[in-house]
Design a protein around this ligand. Structure first.
Ligand code: M6R
Length: 609
């Protein structure tokens, strides 16, 4: 969740570290800091509470010079956001940045206090700094000291350690949180995400689970979890250099909502062949595996979980394959029974979500038929550790509120359902309907985006509201859930979603004039049932906002505002109806004046459980 950047170079690197932090700020943004060592071995450290810009202003006033340094933007786990808790943490000449959680930090803290160390923060990270310092006192190099510290730590972490006395080297360790080395010419870098380093290099080497790396100006030495020297492949990044640029948009969330037609086009590209879905990228053995699938278990968190819920409707209705969906943090701690022939599908934008990764690892012990990841980040842990992977081509998603990652996940999932379905006897006709729906989708979403002003005008109605209810039926129920998550996440309005048929089983008691009720109403076989639910709300004075198909027969009336949407192919309606709910949340957040791209208390990539 926190962002890490480090550099070993001959030039001054403070600005490079700062730019890296700006690009990683979406991962955590309650405080930030950096430490830089110059050639004479002087270390300067600067930390500030608040956003990276506060740190940048401080750096203007107190410039730091030197070619070796580490930097960090924080999402607090242990200890409130404060300057004292901001990284880097130091122990005499040792400085450390860290992402993740050291679960046994309390006994380690007691042990270190007994050894005479004094703690200056409430963080778990500070134990790493003191442990490294202690081990160095026992002798050996920084690398050897870190290698001796690692077995003492429990938890998931990515960490980078610097010794003020020897600025020629940084040592990094990865256990559960991603780290990537950026290769330069006569200089090398490390970060928790390649995005941070794109201004200085496109050549990357991803550390694997348990790796420890020694990073010097002209060489990088990597050791695996057994301490054996290993080579990790170097890749040329294809991530757009300007991915971190908002362009003409006011917020990343807005930009990413508007990018959806193109992101879906990119996701579809190369995946059709003569009117059929072509997922040959899965490799020559994939069809044999998919043909054996008798059950699908989907695992994900947050927005990705909602796309899994939609996929469940599709797997069962279109491919005839039983499907369950579970939140990763529940699955990983539950004693679950594995169904015969069960394929585990993990869904994740980042591919680094701690609970989803843990669930995948558990599934291997439990004996699933195989694993398939649907992910937006090539080279992420989830992709590397799964048997099969299908990439969404959403491009980098920076806004903490997930938008284009969700609609491209659904796009990929529908193609996967079609492929599995065909292997299971689904008709060619249904496949054609899916292909047609998917091909038409980018243009349909373009049309939808042209209703932005209409949706913006609705947002006023939410300015004084504290709660909202979202309703949908069938495959629109997860879309209502996603709409509610988006609204609460970016506007801080409490929002809940219900399957509309559940209303009279309790939530109807909440309805009054202060409760906006948002309904997604495509023209499908559940429309009449949904209309009855809408009447139940209307009869009790609820304020309805109905996003309805233009042919669904709704008109504005007292207490009911209808947003007429263009007709869309039924099969892709869940993807299409997501977009107006994203726009609504965005505009409500603007009115509420929240930090749209970096909502309070959140971070983009949840690499701690
Ligand atoms: O990277 P992932 O898709 O695994 O992330 C899962 C959730 O943390 C994420 O979707 C979160 O719920 C978003 N903030 C929702 O907008």
């Amino acid at each position: 969740m926190c962002g890490i950047v480090g550099a070993v170079a001959q030039r001054d690197i403070a600005e490079i570290l700062l730019e890296g932090l700006r690009r990683l700020e979406y991962r955590g943004y309650d405080s930030a800091g950096l430490a830089v060592v110059d050639n004479e071995g002087h270390m300067g450290r600067l930390r500030r509470l608040g956003k990276v810009q506060v740190l940048a202003d401080a750096l203007d006033a107190h410039p730091l010079h030197g070619g070796t340094g580490i930097a960090h933007t924080r999402w607090a786990t242990h200890g409130e956001p404060s300057e004292a808790n901001a990284h880097p943490h130091v122990s005499d000449y040792i400085a450390v940045v860290h992402n993740g959680i050291i679960e046994n930090f309390e006994p380690l803290r007691v042990l270190l206090i007994e050894r005479g160390y004094r703690f200056e923060s409430q963080t778990d990270t500070e134990v790493i700094a003191h442990l490294v310092h202690w081990e160095l006192l026992q002798g050996g190099t920084l690398l050897e000291a870190v290698l001796r510290v690692i077995p003492q730590l429990r938890g998931a972490y990515g960490t980078v350690v610097m010794d003020q006395r020897d600025p020629s080297v940084l040592v990094a360790a990865r256990s559960g949180s991603p780290l990537v080395i950026g290769r330069g010419v006569g200089e090398n870098f490390i970060a928790s995400d390649q995005l941070a380093l794109l201004p200085v290099t496109r050549r990357f080497m991803f550390l694997e689970e348990g790796d420890v790396a020694e990073i010097k100006r002209r060489e990088v030495n990597v050791f695996d979890k057994h301490g054996k020297a290993v080579e990790r492949p170097e890749i040329e990044s294809k991530v757009q250099y300007d991915a971190g640029d908002k362009g003409a948009y006011r917020h990343y969330m807005q930009k990413e909502i508007y990018e959806q037609p193109q992101a879906i086009k990119n996701t579809l590209e190369g995946r059709f062949n003569h009117g059929q879905i072509n997922l040959s990228e899965l490799g020559p053995d994939a069809d044999a595996l998919l043909a054996k699938v008798q059950h699908v278990q989907i695992i994900a968190c947050g927005t990705s979980y909602h796309s899994g819920m939609v996929a469940r409707y599709w797997f069962e209705a279109l491919a005839g394959v039983p499907c369950d969906v579970e939140i990763a943090s529940e699955f990983r701690y539950r004693k679950s029974a594995v169904r015969p022939g069960s394929l585990i599908i993990t869904l994740s934008q980042s591919g680094e979500t701690a609970d989803t990764l843990a669930a995948l690892r558990l599934s291997k012990e439990l004996g699933y038929l195989g694993s398939l990841a649907v992910c937006n980040v090539a080279g992420s842990s989830l992709v590397r550790e799964s048997d099969l992977a299908l990439m969404t081509k959403a491009g980098t998603e920076i806004g903490v509120a997930s938008t284009k990652a969700f609609t491209t996940q659904l796009t990929v999932l529908l193609m996967l359902v079609a492929r599995v379905g065909r292997l299971k006897g689904m008709s060619e006709q249904v496949e054609h309907e899916i292909v047609h729906g998917l091909q038409a989708l980018p243009a349909r979403i373009e049309q939808m985006l042209s209703l932005d002003k209409t949706i913006e005008s609705l947002a006023e109605g939410f300015s004084d509201k504290h709660h909202a209810l979202f309703l949908g039926r069938g495959d629109q129920y997860p879309i209502a859930m996603e709409g509610a998550l988006k609204l609460k996440e970016v506007s801080y309005i409490h929002a809940e979603a219900y399957a509309a048929g559940e209303l009279k089983h309790g939530p109807l008691a909440l309805i009054d004039a202060d409760m906006p009720v948002i309904v997604v109403a495509p023209n499908n076989e559940l429309l009449e049932k949904l209309k009855s639910n809408i009447e139940e709300v209307r009869a009790r004075g609820g304020q309805l906002y109905v996003f309805a198909d233009q042919d669904a027969g709704f008109t504005d009336s007292e207490g009911m505002k209808i947003i007429q949407l263009p007709h869309v192919e039924e099969i892709v309606a869940p993807i299409f109806y997501t977009v107006p709910l994203q726009l609504l949340s965005y505009h409500v957040a603007l009115i509420k004046g929240t930090d749209v791209d970096q909502p309070r208390n959140l971070a983009k990539s949840v690499t701690v459980e």
